[in-house]
Design a protein around this ligand. Structure first.
Ligand code: KG4
Ligand code: ZN
Length: 374
């Protein structure tokens, strides 16, 4: 049971599912009708491991797990200190228990179990994707239902968020995740890791009309995404004009980014129409974006325009809450506590490298099986 003091819930969140070691304390003040009142991120500490992995051009699971072991204690202490609280002031501990790289998940969940056991606090084993899915309620107080577009290194999904623990996946990738496509494109063109921000930077100087890359799945009645064919087209274009000048690289990046933005807008458009059809009573529907790729300005602009055309609000949480962080895990813990969804078995929960948000959706061929957190 969660003890409530001063109508306040404070949760310590821990996130270690990929290459960020993160801890955060989030607080929620409730009034007597249990309405959400001003959730507050008291601290949000994220240590990126990018430098440890850069030489390898991608995340190396063993290096990631070791780095989490070394850093996590200090990151948790920093999160408590930044929040100005001690463990005694925390009401529960929430940790990412999947999906992700299993070594990192073990480090985070075991640490959370130890803290919770030693302090007698409840433990919540959180699905990382649920953290992304609920962030817009922390930042914007959004009501259910809404649509979530999750575009990161491991996932490319459109999810209907109906309530806490109530998700329906409407679209997913049948091959590569979008962030993965950015990272592989960057690698082919000799740009450093992580690829996405570098492709965006270089694309600014490029001519997006020089290469007519395919818009995968555009116009298809199937709602899903695909990026493998686009990656092949980039490789062919690059070998056709090799040796590549800076101008060639910039033009390929700009053309790739335009193709991706176009394809995404088309896929998202289908789901916006479906949402209107299924929820005609919702006057101001919303699309939320999350994941590292949501930082891309060209992609944001194209999604924003698509939302405007379809009468949707476009909600992009601040960058540091779109990418992996522990505030979203603490917040998901608070949402679960408020919904009465605390799990007495959390102490025996085994980390899950694969853990779809929507367990009932039929798997799509090849989908969700790529990337670190597929
Ligand atoms: O959400 P995130 O930080 O971690 C995962 O859960 O994967 O996403 C990382 C991914 C990487 O593939 C990275 O290349 C991509 O997001 N990314 C971008 C941009 N910034 C990060 N992709 C395109 N444009 C960007 N500006
Ligand atoms: Zn993530």
């Amino acid at each position: 049971m969660i003890e409530r003091r001063d109508n306040m819930i404070r949760v310590l969140g821990i996130e270690t599912s990929c290459d960020e070691t993160a801890a955060s304390v989030v607080a929620l003040h409730e009034d007597s009708r249990l309405e959400i009142l001003s959730p507050k991120i008291l601290s949000n500490v994220v240590l990126s491991q990018i430098e440890e992995h850069a030489a390898f051009g991608g995340v190396v699971p063993e290096i990631a797990a070791r780095a989490h072991v070394e850093a996590l204690d200090g990151i948790v202490e920093a999160a408590l200190a930044d929040a100005g609280v001690g463990l005694a002031d925390v009401d529960a501990v929430a940790a990412t228990a999947g999906p992700g790289l299993v070594g990192g998940l073990i480090v985070g969940l075991m640490t959370a179990k130890a803290i919770a056991k030693a302090t007698g606090k409840p433990l919540l084993a959180i699905n990382h994707l649920e953290g992304h899915a609920l962030t817009a309620r922390l930042t914007d107080g959004l009501d259910f239902p809404y649509l979530l577009l999750l575009v990161s290194g491991g996932h490319t999904q459109i999810v209907l968020v109906r309530g806490v623990g109530d998700y329906r996946r409407w679209a997913t990738t049948i091959d590569d995740a979008l962030g993965e496509a950015f990272d592989k494109t960057a690698k082919m063109l000799g740009l450093p890791y992580p690829g996405g921000p570098n492709v965006e930077r270089v694309a600014k100087e490029g001519d997006a009309t020089r290469f007519a890359f395919p818009r995968p799945m555009k116009g298809s009645p199937q709602p899903d995404f695909s990026f493998a064919g686009l990656k092949t087209a980039v490789r062919q274009a690059a070998s056709a004009v090799a040796p590549l000048s800076d101008k060639d690289v910039a033009d390929i990046c700009a053309s790739f980014q335009l193709a991706v933005s176009d394809a995404l807008a088309d896929r998202v458009g289908r789901c916006l129409a479906r949402f209107h059809a299924e929820f005609p009573e919702i006057a101001e529907p919303a699309l939320v974006v999350a994941g590292g790729v949501a930082a891309n300005r060209r992609i944001r602009a194209s999604l924003e325009a698509q939302c405007a055309r379809n009468g949707f609000r476009f909600i992009a949480p601040p960058h540091e809450l779109c990418t992996d962080n522990a505030a979203m895990i603490a917040w998901a813990g608070i949402e679960r506590i408020r919904a009465g969804m605390t799990d007495e078995d959390a102490f025996t929960f085994v980390p899950r490298s694969r853990w779809p948000l929507d367990e009932v959706s039929a798997p799509v061929v090849g989908s969700g099986r790529r990337g670190a957190k597929a």
